[in-house]
Write a protein that binds this ligand. Structure first.
Ligand code: UDX
Ligand code: ADP
Length: 463
């Protein structure tokens, strides 16, 4: 089966960049990305590529080149489904906020709606690809809906989890460590797998394209994220121990990372991991383990999240304690709100929880993030439902300029490791702050010796 038209449902952080790269690398394939959200689609179609809704280094350029040629963004979902031979499902799968599995299981309602829509519209055989992060055995549910509500056409369901990390999405998509495709073992299943392999083989070496059964593929995604998150929680656990001893977590990380069996990546102690995947995927893993009665397995993985929550909380607690046990009425400036650098995504960012704690202590938060708009910050805080939106607006103020944000602050907290923070005129910032001037570096980003020389009371994670 030769693929000539692809549809992707969901124009978010996964669907947008992934389809842009497929379109760029496969000029012979027409790629249409659809979404119900009209504003989002309008932003993807904005003439100025700086205004596309997902900030990723290099993405605007690729979108600009392919858009209107073989890459299209549209709200006409039915039309794109009808045309395509291959459909990616990249809709959101948030953690459930109600009913059974609340706070743990993935909410599959958007996936189910998609499957029903595909079944209703399709008049020709199609390959359906799960791209969203999903609990194991979701493909089976999608298949059941399609087969029972469709118009008698044949559907093949593939699992093709996305491993891109935000902030490096374009790089990760252009040269992935591996592409994973799970499908049925039947001849039809194998044919569908080969059709998708042929798409990726336009730029990914074939030996990097792994073929597995559907469930191995689904579980590999959860496992990869659980292992990565576990490394961060492991080094964060050690960071607390370092603070009580004379050890330095960066030195420890370097020393253990040089062991080729351990490796040096993902050993940066921080204020805690965020992002839309780590916590959600581990919760999914915990939930399915519990569902199978595997309580020890569930507890083992849950600890990764417990450690992460602890890391965020002890960061805010330390700020309060260091500022003489009260931050009431004091201005504390956050540099960074995104969950990591080079993205405008804020989902599960540690900054949200640290801000919430400090507002509970009646601190005023000044904020500067190079890519996150104030509306997003407010909506993140409102989502916690700790206090009213009006109250949140009173306690957190965003600034267009870092120097204004830091003016008259009692303390600065670094929440995101944006490169530009390193190059600020820290002497100027110091001169305009309340004294003693505190800096709490949640990313170990700044040069400790330099900061202390200027006169800051500087505290980093794990030293
Ligand atoms: C992750 C996976 O890396 C990716 O493969 C998957 O497809 C989606 O989930 P992402 O969440 O975009 O990607 O970013 P990632 O780079 O993994 O960082 C996640 C969080 O961990 C960030 O908050 C980051 O700051 C934090 N982190 C990462 C650390 O605190 N220390 C580290 O050493 C690495
Ligand atoms: P991710 O990080 O997984 O890409 P996002 O939330 O950024 O998640 O993007 C998911 C997108 O999917 C959203 O823009 C949302 O509007 C869209 N979406 C959800 N359900 C549907 C649907 N049934 N049809 C079309 N788009 C949908």
């Amino acid at each position: 089966m030769k693929i000539t038209k692809i549809c992707c449902i969901g124009a978010g952080y996964v669907g947008g960049p992934t389809m842009a790269v497929i379109a760029e690398k496969c000029p012979h394939i027409k790629v249409t990305v659809v979404d119900l959200n009209e504003k989002r689609i309008a932003a993807w179609n904005d003439e100025n590529v700086d205004n596309i809704p997902v900030y990723e280094p290099g993405l605007g350029e690729i979108v600009g080149k392919a858009r209107g040629k073989n890459l299209f963004f549209s709200t006409e979902v039915d039309k794109a489904i009808d045309e395509a031979e291959l459909i990616f499902i990249s809709v959101n799968t948030p953690t459930k906020t109600y009913g059974t599995g609340k706070g743990m299981a993935a909410d599959l309602k958007y996936i189910e709606l998609c499957a029903r829509q595909i079944a209703r519209v399709s008049k020709t055989d199609k390959i359906i690809v799960e791209k969203s992060t999903l609990p194991v055995r979701t493909a089976e549910a999608i298949k059941s809906i399609l087969d029972n509500t469709g118009n008698g056409v044949q559907f093949q369901i593939l699992s093709n989890p996305e491993f891109l990390a935000e902030g490096t999405a374009v790089e990760d998509l252009l040269s992935p460590d591996r592409v994973l495709i799970g499908g049925e073992t039947s001849p039809e299943g194998q044919k569908a797998i080969e059709a998708l392999v042929d798409v990726y083989a336009n730029w990914v070496p074939r030996e990097r394209i792994l073929k597995t059964n559907v469930w191995s593929s689904e579980l590999s995604k959860l496992t990869a994220n659980a292992f990565l998150a576990q490394r961060v929680s492991s080094i964060n656990a050690i960071s607390e121990l370092c603070e009580k001893t004379e050890a330095n977590v960066s030195e420890v990380a370097k020393a253990i990372g040089m062991d080729s069996r351990i490796g040096s990546k993902f050993l940066k102690a921080s204020v805690g991991f965020g992002g839309s995947c780590f916590q959600k995927d581990i919760l999914n893993l915990v939930y399915i383990s519990k569902a199978f009665g595997l309580n020890e397995v569930a507890d083992y993985w849950e600890q990764v999240i417990i450690m992460n929550d602890h890391q965020k909380r002890r960061f805010s607690r330390n700020i309060v304690q260091t500022l003489y046990n009260t931050v009431s009425g004091k201005k504390i400036t956050f540099l960074g709100w995104a969950f990591k650098k080079d993205t405008n995504d804020t989902r599960e960012s540690a900054a949200i929880y640290v801000a919430d704690d400090l507002i509970n202590e009646q601190a005023t938060i000044g904020l500067f993030d190079p890519k996150v708009p104030y509306q997003q910050v407010l909506s993140d805080l409102d989502y916690l439902e700790t206090r009213s939106s009006v109250e949140n607006q009173k306690y957190i103020k965003s600034f267009d300029n870092p120097y204004e944000a830091c003016k008259d602050a009692h303390a600065i907290a670094i929440l995101t490791e944006w490169d530009e923070f390193k190059d600020y005129d820290w002497q100027r910032i110091y001169d305009n702050m309340q004294k003693p001037a505190f800096v709490f570096d949640g990313r170990n980003l700044l040069d400790a010796a330099k900061m202390k020389e200027i006169g800051f009371v500087y505290q980093a994670i794990g030293s």
